[in-house]
Design a protein around this ligand. Sequence first.
Ligand code: ADP
Ligand code: MG
Length: 651
Amino acid sequence: MAKEMHEFQAETKQLLDLMVHSIYTNHEIFLRELISNASDAIDKLHFESLTNRDLLEGDEDFEIYLVPDAESHTLTISDNGIGMDRQEVIDNIGTIAKSGTKAFLDKLKEAKASNAAITDKEMIGQFGVGFYSAFMVAEKVVITTRKAGEKQAVRWESVGDGSFSVEDCDKEKRGTSITLYLSQEFYGDKAEENFTETYKLENLVKKYSDYVRYPIKMNFVIEETPKDKDGKPIEGAEKTKRNELRTLNSMQPLWTRDKKDIKPEEYNEFYKNQFHEWEDPLEVFHTKAEGTVEYTALMYIPSKAPFNLYHTDFEAGMQLYSRHVFIMDKCKDLLPDYLRFVKGLVDSPDLSLNISRELLQQSRELKVIGKNLEKTVLKTLERLLKNDRAKYEKFWAEFGKSLKIGIYNSMYTGGDTKDKLKDLLLFVTSKEEKLTSLKEYAERMPENQKKIYYATGRDKSIIEKLPQMELLKEKGIEVLYLTDQVDEFAIEALHEYDGKPFHSISRGDLELDDAESQEVKKETEDIAKKNDDLMKDIKTALGEKVADVKVSTRLKSSAVCLVADEQGPSLSMEQTFADMDNPMFKAKRILEINPHHDLFNRLQSLHEADKDSQNFKDYCDLLYTQALLIEGILPENPVDFANKVAKLMAK
Ligand code: ADP
Ligand code: MG
């Protein structure tokens, strides 16, 4: 096929532009990216060859080559992995199909627009832009590649200016060769970073790619002075040159080494290399087990949640190895979904290399390993919470949501997830500046307090001003502030902690049973009895909008508030459902009116004067709308509300 020109996708152009103008100052990482792609390509071929040996074409020595050339200012990275056919080159290299890269650009724009103090390094860390990093150091990139099992090879070329070409070419060995025509700053003796220098490249491989499991080879030219028969250099003799092919990486899998010999930096470097991460992990755990099932696991908690952690395109899961041979990436069924953020790998001689992904994921051995690993992670989290609160809170800020969703989902999946996770939850609270666990809350509860109270709202300052908080504040009762939408769902799923039921301050009766509260309750019942007609008529005036209208015991200075019925969703849950386009779930609204507020008298007199008057109806409506606004819910008809207020003000 003839040479074809293609335009990069708009997003790719943007990304290339960023790379060329180097938003990232650490240029050398391009090598790690290209080596990791080479290693991925070999993994893919290796995996496919398990079921189709012909693909190997008799060449089973997987390897990666670095070929620097000082004269032509090029560096070539070659692999004998799976390779690409014409369409794959166009699809994989020319366009950004991956939503991740798109999201990266969006986020970058967003960050730039809002001047957020987020560094490019952090940005790339979250997304990883792989191949394109080649354009940080090269003014032209040429790829020649032949897919394993196919005859025709293709050549791709681009100067990173918005277009690329593809054409047929010859290539004897299967796999991919990527040649970088280095930009001026990156070759020659005077360059600060010379990427044609063998020693420089050797150091980079040691630094970033030492654990890559295929040999990374490079030719060294060794200059030597000839020696005499006693092994002494012959003076004055002309130096000889010889080639020596060396493997640059140790390839010894880190996890097979003894824990006590591994330095923290080694764990971190391995993590970044293996899982394409930019930042050090928050926590590492390395365990060996010898029992019914033998395995070694190396697991990490990242320090940052990936941007798409809760998105359907996020692929959770650990890598699987059997006797140090890679079997599978992203094994899903190993860990429960609420630990989806854990990165790592498991190496077990008890896992079989030659069975299908599906069967492997369901194997008994894997189930046993998964159960143990889950325990290990939970133990580690418990330990952090107890001994390193600051670190745990960092974890919580990034991944707390996962655990909360886990508790919520356990309502449907059953099991003992709730019990496993309940002590790992942290909440904002009315009593303390720092976050609190349920255990800490329970320990602070006075003896006569039977329930754990909670309130929902966007943030602490908003919740603190809720009318429903007034009484509890006055009584000094601690309230958990649920500021994350999923909090309430998790709390509802938990139902109780340590025998103490949860109770929303915006639901039903607060059920305080101190003497004073009992008195207020009796007094309120009296008032309610006397004003039974008033309440009924307010309800009639409001029609479908409310399920009930009541005299309140919980209000101190505010005139009204809305609460939800004991059963069914709360008002904030209703909002969450509506946000998810699921407006079916409606809270049963109860309007509570403060009998000690001046407005109550006004209502009484309006009611007495004429309960069918428009004036009385307008008052009822305004009261209800106020209560809605306090909850952060917009009235259905804002214009109507504004007009009624204006009319009243003008009186
Ligand atoms: P990622 O590695 O995260 O998928 P990259 O930008 O690094 O993203 O690579 C894009 C894609 O190009 C890879 O997913 C792969 O399909 C293809 N690719 C890159 N390098 C190679 C290679 N050496 N051999 C085969 N395919 C490759
Ligand atoms: Mg890559």
